[in-house]
Design a protein around this ligand. Structure first.
Ligand code: SAH
Length: 271
């Protein structure tokens, strides 16, 4: 009996899968991926005789049956997920029947599209003294939000928001951000197909114009919405400098130490 690995494919570029993930693709006897979501270029790591299938038109039960069947025939079976498998994947639902059948399951992290989108746009999701918190969320739709996680209440924190699965309803996102207290001039970045070879698009706007810009560009799926007071910090004159680079701030991992500086500062784990 084989083992089924849920592997994060990363956001799109084939060299953004982890080394561990690419090794598992090369070893796999069978790979199941989601055609519309995972960039097929990532499959270049698979061996030539690998049994590869697209789950785009399969139901959850069919996916389960496929994985159970292939696990009875191959030592290594990979379920390839976009970004990181632990975010908005259906790992728990798919792993349950495998657990019940006694098939071992492993999960391999991937670069989430949230990180890839920030990197593509050249942005940092945190900025000292401005925001030190990132919320990964989405609008509720078919998947209902738990009551304590209403989009407006989360957005009201004013920290960085990485909004998944909501670009189709960007107007609603904008409306709710306004309700939560974001100003109409707040910067918003939308990244479509971050790192997909030849397909990445980055739109910068404000709360006021981002929805119209997305519509004008025809961006209505596979995009991440970034809202943050940290956006555009590189271009702002006089923006805060991280304490990390302040000579007076002790850092645990800095090789050179200032005279009299303690060897290790337990309060600082930034690197
Ligand atoms: N597990 C994935 C998220 C899957 S949910 C991850 O960690 O990234 C699917 C949503 O992710 C899409 O609706 C979109 O909001 C976002 N997404 C996935 N790939 C993306 C990409 N390459 N660029 C921008 N957004 C992406």
């Amino acid at each position: 009996m084989g083992k089924v690995w849920f592997v994060g494919a990363g956001p799109g570029a084939p060299d953004l899968i982890t080394v561990r993930g690419s090794r598992l693709l090369a070893e796999a006897g069978a790979i199941l991926y989601t055609g519309s979501l995972v960039a097929e270029t990532v499959l270049e790591w698979a061996s030539e005789d690998c049994d590869i299938a697209d789950s785009k038109s399969m139901s959850l039960d069919q996916v389960t049956d496929w994985l159970l069947d292939r696990a009875s025939r191959h030592e290594t079976v990979v379920r390839l997920q976009t970004g990181d498998p632990t975010l908005y994947g259906v790992v728990a639902e798919l792993a349950r029947p495998l657990d019940a059948a006694g098939i071992p399951v492993g999960i391999v992290s991937g670069v989430s599209s949230a990180m890839a989108s920030a990197a593509a746009a050249g942005e940092s999701l945190t900025l000292p003294e401005v925001t030190q918190t990132v919320i990964f969320t989405r609008l509720s739709e078919r998947t209902r939000m738990p009551e304590t996680e209403s989009f407006v209440s989360l957005a009201a924190h004013g920290c960085t928001l990485c909004i998944f699965l909501s670009i189709e309803r960007i107007e609603m996102v904008v409306e709710k951000l306004g309700e939560a207290g974001w100003s109409s001039t707040a910067p918003v970045v939308v990244v479509h197909k971050a790192t997909w070879p030849g397909e990445e698009r980055i739109l910068r706007g404000t709360l006021k114009d981002i929805a119209a810009r997305c519509r004008a560009e025809g961006i209505d799926r596979q995009a991440l919405i970034l809202v943050s007071p940290a956006l555009g910090a590189r271009g702002r004159i006089g923006a805060q400098t991280s304490k990390l680079y302040d000579a007076a701030f002790p850092r645990r991992f800095r090789p050179e130490r200032l005279p009299g500086e303690a060897a290790e500062d337990p309060a600082s784990d930034a690197n």
